[in-house]
Design a protein around this ligand. Sequence first.
Ligand code: IDP
Ligand code: MG
Length: 142
Amino acid sequence: MALERTLSIVKPDGVTRNLIGEVVRRLERAGLKVVGSRMIRLSKGDAEGFYAVHRERPFFNDLVRYMTSGPVVVQVLEGENAVAKNREVMGATDPKKAAPGTIRADLAESIEANTVHGSDSVDNAKVEIDYFFKAADICPRS
Ligand code: IDP
Ligand code: MG
């Protein structure tokens, strides 16, 4: 077990439907602690940069349009195995394939508007946290 940090985002569909608290409740109940949090409206450039790894995918332009369609909450989560734990609580990308009881199975609207983002590795978590947070805006809790 290792104390890790990961980046979580409540995506525009989650914010629009007033599900910020519901998402955070589920993450906290799983033992994850919020150590950084702010609401932002991504610019086109922000979204393109954040999802650069997907730029050749057919859904890229739609994804950027969707992620810039309304405010998001970017959060840094801390905890034992935080990267995998967050992904577990989120569920699979496609809500139709997500395990029952996960955020995406219970709350997501579609494979695109799937309510939450979570880093997929410890290395990517570091890059993604740095994309949105200055060190001074993160408050360690353990
Ligand atoms: P992840 O969010 O579960 O890590 P990724 O494969 O990294 O999934 O895809 C990033 C985001 O792109 C997804 O969360 C979703 O919003 C969107 N996305 C992924 N696959 C598709 C697709 O086939 N159609 C439309 N949007 C997609
Ligand atoms: Mg991903």
